[in-house]
Design a protein around this ligand. Sequence first.
Ligand code: AMP
Length: 407
Amino acid sequence: MFRTIDKLDVKGKRVLVRADLNVPAKDGKVTDTTRIDRSAATLTELAAKGAKVIVLTHFGRPKGREDKYSQKLLVEPLAKAVGKSVAWADDCVGAAAEKVIAGLKDGDIALLENVRFHPEEEKNDPGFARQLAALGDVYVNDAFSTAHRAHASTEGLAHLLPAAAGRLMQAELEALGKALEHPEKPVAAIVGGAKVSTKLDLLGNLVARVDYLIIGGGMANTFLFAMGKPVGKSLCEKEMAATAREIIEKAKAAHCHIVLPVDAVVAAEFAENAANRTVSIDAVPDDQMILDAGPASAEAIIDRLGGCKTLVWNGPLGAFEIKPFDAATNAVAQWAASRTAQGKLLTVAGGGDTVSALAKAGVEDKFSYVSTAGGAFLEWLEGKDLPGVAALTVKAPAGCCGGGGCH
Ligand code: AMP
């Protein structure tokens, strides 16, 4: 259970909001304002409630103070997103920050300079966290994407001030909760992508939680190889065969059905429009590589999902960046999107390549929730406690109904 801003009295208070405004930029200009635009909801709500809103964020990976990572370029797009002027302080602690904050009126918004200009931020240094805390009365964390890091502005601060999740963090936690913590069953997970070795913890956690584990992409090749199937010159981590067999055993013990491709689209090279054909999974030629799940596999996956209420998805089913090896990913994604629209399936997806694969399939905004949180989303799929979330968690008081702003 975590506190939300519904539970905070913010009128006239200085509210420190940890946002994620780490946007892409080129030549001193922001090239994609999505993260800024999405952060605006929490900031404008707090401002409308009479808070003095002070925004903390990081930008890039500076080593100490480096001009090229100054956040001044965010002021203008942030002002546009929140529909009012935004004050700027060229440090996130000390006199510069104090002066700007002292000049704020109720409902005003200020942006402070990059928290990562201070190495103490990433060390979660208690003294630095206290310096930040001295600038505010209340703390709101709206940056799920950095919640897997215990930094001063993402974790330390939550122990020093009354703390709550912002609207973005709340939406993410609610969506993730519905997908794995208290899902409607049966639950399926699609795990695709390149390698088993990068997703071991994730697979281990999912087999214990889902009814169907659908494995695709390059990592399916390792499982197929482990089961004695021919994989030709496909991407395959042969040294992981024993691990793949262990995952299969663990799944059996947990009554989780593993679903693997039954056919494959193969080609001689990893290239756009490479000459290709569909073969049975038992007949992959030695000189060919599997680049996508075949149509019978996509159909079998859809068939399985037809009986499910919840789907969690990370990783494409094939080499989706190069046509026509995006076909299985597109077919399953589009089917899942239409099932979501019918209210028959809750669909939660995330992880870097997954977001672009779903965008390419034209369904990014047609799933119940698509997380752009990258590493934090993956650590959550791995079943790890995220320090930034744990610090917002409150124990349910005896007799709590679970409603009224606590989740
Ligand atoms: P990940 O970041 O682990 O989700 O992996 C995504 C990458 O896996 C994408 O770049 C895909 O091109 C790649 N991928 C998926 N299926 C295959 C495959 N059968 N062979 C080679 N690469 C693949």
